[in-house]
Design a protein around this ligand. Structure first.
Ligand code: GLU
Length: 493
């Protein structure tokens, strides 16, 4: 019997997402329960958005949770490289093979032509899709144009009628009509593969037997299935996991719920409790107990116990569960966890230089610097009354700064300052107009240590969380404002 091999394949394009940990957990449990292996592959073919920092954050966040992988870019393994950006030659070979077999074709259409086709289809109320313009170009002519250096992509052929049956271990056979599928680009003009080609080639070459992925990928499953068929490869077994949802049932999004694993770490959740909570997302223990360890989850794991109703990721429930975990810790272990969280030498050393010059006794430290050891801070709307700016301008400035900070990847004082400054100036204010607003949002106090340093030390997650809370307190952002301010955002350098 072949060994069970599962994987997660995150794209390193932002903060490490709780959804990644959730899918990783289920893949890990599935593999372990069958005595198999769990692999981590980095899907970084989107060169513009992928970063090494984000990749490292994914490793750190998963390891903090206690999720370990048998093979991956950082631990190696027999099927490497495990980073797609290092597998370029492999994809090229398989793309050429598909073209040679007549399952894919080079497409020379310009962006302008594709836009025109799209506009025409939209006007006729048709689904926008590639119109097949280059399908019939003869192989010799295509070769000649490629040799002459003409820019092109490679697209796959798809049937125009009938249905594709997607065999899902949870849903049974899901039928998706072929006429919903576009002639997917497999290789981009820059010579890099798209998700579809790279994912299929890698899952095959890495011996993946079961793919548990988020259900947002179900609509595109037919294209993957077709690729396996074109290559003559055996398909892995498929499981489309229900998506995590906000309490209002919408798809989990950072606008409504913090989604970064590091946020929960900084808020003082125990990794065991967090993992336990993710295990409760759509799944339950046979005896329905709420609190369980990873080892217990693996022992009792049964994929058929996943229920398809969208599991709700609710911070209040998570907090409740975390409380259970905390209370059941032996008191020495509790104290050790508190030290690890924020009373460790590394964190204290970051804070020390800023408090040392401002206190006369140690007993003054806690009142001055308590916000370094908090999640949110107590907010008072009166602290946001501004000499120059109206209430609306205050909200606008804070929101634009928050959006800019949400996109900031290199979190340090200089970059934070530049964002506040540029955003203020773009709106016609000065840095010193913005600071009296940032100050209470971050510290909850009228005076304390330098707030720009504090933001760097607190980190991106807590800083953004506090700004978001301040904006909420001041009335939030209406749909209309959201639209208008997003336009403004795009203009800020
Ligand atoms: N790179 C994809 C992602 O970021 C992988 C999806 C899959 O598991 O196939 O979610």
């Amino acid at each position: 019997m072949t060994t069970v091999r599962t994987r997660i394949a995150p794209s390193p394009t932002g903060d490490p997402h709780v959804g990644t940990a959730y899918i990783a957990l289920f893949n890990l449990c599935f593999a372990r329960q069958h005595g198999g292996q769990f692999i981590l592959r980095i899907e970084d073919t989107d060169q513009l958005r992928s970063t090494r920092e984000s990749e490292q954050q994914i490793y750190d966040a998963l390891r903090w949770l206690g999720i370990e992988w048998d093979e991956g870019p950082d631990v190696g393994g027999p099927h490497g490289p495990y980073r797609q950006s290092e597998r370029g030659e492999i994809y090229k070979k398989y793309s050429d093979e598909l073209v040679a077999k007549g399952h894919a074709f080079p497409c020379f259409c310009s962006a302008e032509r594709l836009d025109e086709v799209r506009a025409r289809q939209m006007a006729n109320k048709e689904t926008p899709r590639y119109d097949g313009h280059c399908v019939h170009i003869a192989a010799e002519e295509a070769q000649r144009r490629i040799a002459a250096g003409e820019s092109h992509v490679v697209r796959m052929k798809v049937p125009s009628e009938g249905v594709c049956t997607v065999p899902d271990l949870l849903r049974g056979d899901v039928e998706i009509p072929w006429d919903r599928m576009d002639m997917q680009v497999l290789m981009k003009a820059d010579g890099l593969p798209t998700y579809f080609l790279a994912n299929v080639v890698d899952d095959h070459l890495m011996g993946i037997t079961h793919v548990l992925r988020g259900e947002e990928w179900l609509p595109s499953a037919p294209k993957l299935i077709k690729l396996y068929e074109y290559f003559g490869w055996e398909q892995p077994r498929l499981v489309y996991m229900p998506l995590l949802r906000n309490p209002d049932k919408s798809k989990l999004s950072k606008r409504k719920n913090p989604t970064s694993i590091t946020f929960y770490q900084r808020m003082g959740f125990l990794p065991e409790a967090m993992l336990n909570y993710l295990g409760r997302m759509g799944w339950s223990m046979p005896d329905e107990r709420e609190k369980f360890t990873l080892a217990e989850m693996i022992e009792h794991f049964d994929i058929q116990r996943v229920s398809l109703g969208g599991p709700i990721f609710d911070m209040e429930k998570l907090s409740w569960l975390n409380g259970q975990w905390l209370r059941e810790l032996p008191v020495e272990a509790f104290a050790a966890e508190v030290r690890k969280w924020a009373f460790n030498p590394e964190y204290l050393m970051k804070i020390a230089p800023h408090v040392q010059s401002r206190v006369e006794t140690f007993s003054q430290i806690a009142p001055l610097a308590s916000f370094f050891f908090a999640g949110g801070v107590p907010l008072d709307a009166r602290l946001f009354e501004h000499k120059k700016l109206s209430a609306e301008q205050v909200r606008q400035l804070l929101q634009l700064i928050l959006w800019k900070l949400e996109a900031l990847r290199q979190w340090n004082k200089d970059n934070i300052t530049a964002i506040i400054q540029k955003t203020s100036e773009h709106l016609g204010y000065k840095l010193r107009d913005a600071m009296p607003l940032i100050f209470p949002a971050i510290t909850g106090q009228a005076s304390s240590v330098s707030v720009l340093d504090a933001m760097e030390i607190l980190g991106a997650d807590l800083t953004r969380f506090r700004l978001r809370q301040a904006i909420e307190l001041l009335g939030g952002v209406s749909k209309k404002e959201n639209k208008e301010w997003e336009k403004l955002l795009a203009e800020i350098p």
